[in-house]
Design a protein around this ligand. Structure first.
Ligand code: HEC
Length: 428
């Protein structure tokens, strides 16, 4: 009982009471957790995310980073961290750290894989990088765009002013926003449409972003700024939607990748929030265990987590979506697959994002590093949902879906408890 400072403990406990009383979940609960205090000690803790590991290899000489005259450290970082070039997305709203440099004429490019995110703005003095640490959640780094023999990715906790508060459900994490901007990329008053997850309807997504790829007649807020309003886009949809080329907006040769891929955006919107959920559940479990030695009060958080994991509240697609086939190929290739060739990374893109409704981040180190009691509990509950033993409607999946997810996980997820393999029956 001696761990959190008195006030933060009261604040946190109060938020928890509110959460439990209103049957709220993480999606509603954005209370910042006291993550820099006892139990978590976020800023002091040594990170071992992929970027921290890369820095060690740069320091020891095991990895040599090649400077690029046009893009600085971007190509070498993508290469060393195995981030696909095809994941490029472009954001022109002045919503992030180096806002002065960002505009519809000079958007910020973002690239990512399962556990690393990179930001590159043409002409910017630094690149912003974030990574997922299996225990600590999002870790943030800056790297100066200067030619040197030993580049340094330096951890920066200032990033938490945006990446460690309400927008990232109260933990150090990742997020995307949708905003209405003027022609300079400045947010219009009342132009904040909120953070975007897989639950956000397409009509509300991508304000402040460029979007390339096809989506039929579905409207979105991408590629619009200044006087180009959603009404205008409805009148002339071919000018603002289903684009393959952005060169009428800005000089595309300043960018390392191509376009701002619609599928990459949709995957990121699922992923960023899933990462935050895992981190939040991890922290809350540690804090609960420290305070009460049990996790019984986290039932609502588990429910919310499982619903998000199973895409229960995903906004449906009304028409097919298609993006850069290279992105899809790189994403799908990361596997794993079961004997029938199925993978949680397989796309649907007709009525929903993925073919099988269970997040591939269940394979992530962060999921496996949830405190043991929580990990065990989630796996038990997931098993009960997938076998039909738990028929609570909030988790209800189509029978074929739950059967497929169960079978895929059985074959592909390492270290599942024994009952996953043995218990054979799936209730109808
Ligand atoms: C002023 C608020 C703000 C600060 C400070 C900030 N960011 Fe961000 N960051 C954002 C926003 C908003 C986004 C979503 C994309 C966008 O609007 O540009 C974002 C997105 C990112 C992304 C893409 C992945 C994601 O989280 O969606 C990375 C990487 C990133 N930021 C790194 C950093 C790093 C590293 C720092 C500190 C050196 C930092 N940011 C500081 C606001 C901020």
């Amino acid at each position: 009982m001696n761990w959190l400072s008195h006030f933060s403990r009261i604040a946190w406990a109060a938020s928890l009471v509110a959460v439990t009383a209103d049957a709220e979940d993480f999606q509603g609960s954005t209370q910042e957790l006291p993550y820099d205090q006892e139990v978590i000690f976020y800023s002091k803790a040594v990170a071992r995310d992929p970027v921290a590991q890369l820095q060690k290899k740069i320091d020891s000489g095991e990895v040599k980073m090649k400077w690029d005259e046009q893009f600085g450290w971007l190509p070498a970082l993508l290469d060393a961290l195995q981030v696909p070039k095809s994941s490029q997305m472009l954001v022109f709203s002045k919503t992030s750290l180096q806002r002065r440099l960002i505009s519809p004429h000079n958007p910020r490019s973002l690239f990512y894989n399962d556990d690393v995110y990179l930001g590159y703005i043409p002409g910017a003095p630094v690149m912003e990088v974030s990574a997922v640490d299996p225990k600590l959640g999002g870790i943030f780094y800056k790297i100066a765009q200067e030619k040197t023999d030993l580049p340094k990715l330096e951890r920066d906790t200032d990033c938490l002013s945006c990446h460690g508060g309400p927008k990232t459900i109260g933990v150090p994490g990742h997020f995307l926003r949708s905003v209405i901007t003027d022609r300079h990329g400045e947010i219009e008053s009342q132009g904040d449409l909120g953070t975007v997850t897989h639950c956000t309807p397409m009509a509300e997504r991508w304000g402040g972003w460029y979007v390339t790829g096809s989506h039929g007649g579905q409207m979105h807020r991408g590629n619009l700024f200044g006087d180009n309003t959603l009404e205008e886009a409805k009148l002339r949809p071919e000018e603002f939607g289903n684009l393959t080329d952005l060169s009428r907006f800005f000089d595309t040769s300043k960018y390392f990748g191509q376009g701002s891929d619609i599928v990459a955006l949709m995957v990121l919107e699922h992923q960023a929030h899933m990462h935050n959920y895992i981190t939040r559940l991890n922290y809350e479990t540690q804090m609960m265990l420290s305070m009460y030695q049990h996790i019984r009060y986290l039932k609502h958080q588990e429910d919310a987590f499982l619903r998000y994991l199973l895409f229960k509240e995903e906004a449906p697609l009304s028409e097919a979506v298609a993006g850069n086939p290279e992105f899809v190929a790189a994403f799908v290739a990361r596997g794993p697959r079961d004997a029938k060739g199925r993978s949680l990374r397989d796309f649907d893109l007709h009525t929903r994002l993925f073919k099988y409704p269970c997040s591939y981040l269940i394979y992530s180190e962060a999921f496996d590093h949830l405190p043991g009691v929580m990990r065990d509990r989630l796996l038990q509950r997931l098993y009960d949902i997938l076998t039909g033993k738990d028929d609570d409607q909030q988790f209800a999946l189509k029978e074929a879906d739950r059967r497929a997810v169960l079978e895929i996980l059985r074959e592909t997820k390492a270290n599942l408890p024994g009952y996953w393999k043995n218990g054979g029956t799936v209730a109808n």
